[in-house]
Design a binder for this molecule. Structure first.
Ligand code: PA5
Length: 447
């Protein structure tokens, strides 16, 4: 089970810039209320909590078909529909495409260069396309789907429809309509599960199965951590404590930037996944906490100086790995060089763990708050725990702020301007606004 260590945010350890037990105690009632929202499923969007109990049979069947037939698996989606699958792919099957078939490509943008490259690398005759969009109307995903639809049809004719798997709302949206009209294979994203909380739905589980990961292990981990995180006693519940600490640091101490730093390359994409979850869920009504993705040890040589001596506006969240599942010994070479020979005989995992501990300690000595999550190893079971744990913590922090952690009203305006520019019916006024803004912008162009 993953474990939280919060010594380095406490006053007792880092001095007056830390939190006192009393400050956390004073939050007890608010935290209790937040937890009761979780336990009583006060919001329909808390449906993500029930994903561990879902039926995975259809996901497994479709994945088996893909594994038997495909050389390439191309995922089209954006935001929560892509970041989760990528986090699973990179954590559980690093360098996947160099070692395994089907190769996996995740296209989560509308950069023409990237799609041209993907299309030049894959043989569409041997490709399955998984289009993921909960709403069924996201412009980026719709555009790439339309392109693939035509390209596949050119090559496979009517058979092409058998190569698409649509992952979307069970009833609503354009994609669901297309599923019905053309008889596409499909998987349902449960109605209450919103994009950034959907990794443990078919959104992430199909990719997991395609790369050879038993999705039930992800769900088992998620279930175990969920059951652990409904514990009522504040001091025994890691999710409540983490939510309380980050909320207090953000509000009382104005430490509003949360750096996440896993000490494992495989969790780089997990950091990106966390950043979307944290930012889109919590940043509203002038409130929120800013996520900041990072990776250890690499960013010790890039960002650490800022965290140590820059503005006192951050909390650093370390993800420590206990067992890397493999190790490499540093050989005894250059024996006469004191600057190097201390490394000989140690292993890379010893070094990375020492560096992680050293970084925690040096930040603590500089009174810079940090906390750590200890992860026994990176496998499906523990990755499932991490996903569910951070989703619960995010919802809790949202409830502490008194905001809705499940919507994203702030992204609508940009979408409407885009619709206007792309000629969508009913958005002419938005197009005019863009044109007026362009004129103003011109006066300030410096060439
Ligand atoms: O968290 C969310 O709901 C969003 O970030 C969505 O995941 C993103 O906008 C993509 O939406 P959709 O899956 O509807 O295409």
């Amino acid at each position: 089970m993953i474990a939280l260590n919060m010594a380095n945010v406490m006053e007792e350890v880092i001095g007056e810039k830390g939190l006192t037990e009393k400050e956390i105690e004073d939050l007890r009632q608010k935290i209790k209320d937040a937890l009761s929202q979780i336990k009583n499923r006060k919001w329909s969007e808390l449906a993500f909590l029930d994903l561990p109990e879902q039926d995975t049979e259809k996901i497994k069947e479709i994945a088996l078909d893909i594994k038997n037939q495909a050389e390439n698996f191309l995922l089209l989606g954006i935001g929560g529909s892509a970041l989760g699958p990528r986090a699973i792919l990179d954590a559980l099957s690093p360098f996947h495409n160099l070692r395994h078939k089907p190769r996996v490509f995740i296209y989560d943008n509308v950069d023409p260069g990237t799609l041209s490259s993907i299309l030049s690398l894959i043989d569409l005759k041997k490709t399955f396309v998984n289009v993921i969009t909960k709403s069924g109307s996201t412009a980026e995903t719709a555009a790439s789907f339309m392109i693939l639809w035509e390209e596949m049809e050119k090559i496979l004719g009517k058979e092409s429809t058998k190569r698409f798997i649509a992952t979307t709302d069970p009833e609503k949206g354009n994609l669901r309509e297309i599923v019905k009209k053309y008889g596409l294979e499909s998987l349902d994203i449960p109605p209450g599960v919103v994009g950034r909380y959907s990794v443990l739905s078919p959104v992430g589980l199909l990719t997991a199965e395609v790369i050879g990961v038993d999705c039930k292990e992800l769900l088992k981990g998620a279930k175990d951590v969920r059951d652990r995180c409904v514990e009522e006693e504040l001091w025994k519940n890691p999710a409540l404590l983490m939510a309380a600490v980050l909320y207090l640091q953000g509000t009382k101490n104005r430490r509003t930037i949360d750096v996440i730093i896993p000490y494992a390359d495989g969790l780089k994409s997990f950091s990106q996944w966390f950043c979307q979850l944290w930012a889109e869920s919590l940043g509203k009504l002038g409130l929120g906490l800013t996520p900041y993705p990072s990776i250890g040890t690499t960013d010790q040589h890039s960002q650490l100086q800022l965290w140590m001596e820059g503005p006192e506006d951050k909390v650093v969240i370390f993800l420590r790995i206990e067992d890397y599942g493999t190790d490499i010994k540093i050989p005894i070479v250059f024996e006469d060089m004191e600057g190097l020979n201390y490394l000989s005989g140690h292993t890379l995992s010893e070094l990375i763990k020492a560096e992680e501990e050293a970084t925690e300690l040096s930040l603590a000595r500089a009174s810079r708050p940090n906390l750590s999550l200890d992860i026994p190893c990176i496998d499906a079971y523990h990755l499932g725990q991490l996903f569910m744990f951070f989703e619960i913590v995010t919802a809790l922090v949202g409830f502490l702020f008194g905001i809705n952690p499940f919507n994203q009203p702030g992204v609508e305006e940009g979408k409407n301007f885009t619709y206007g520019m792309m000629g969508k019916k009913g958005f002419d006024k938005k197009r005019q606004e863009v044109e007026e803004a362009r004129e103003k912008k011109l006066c300030w162009t410096v060439k």
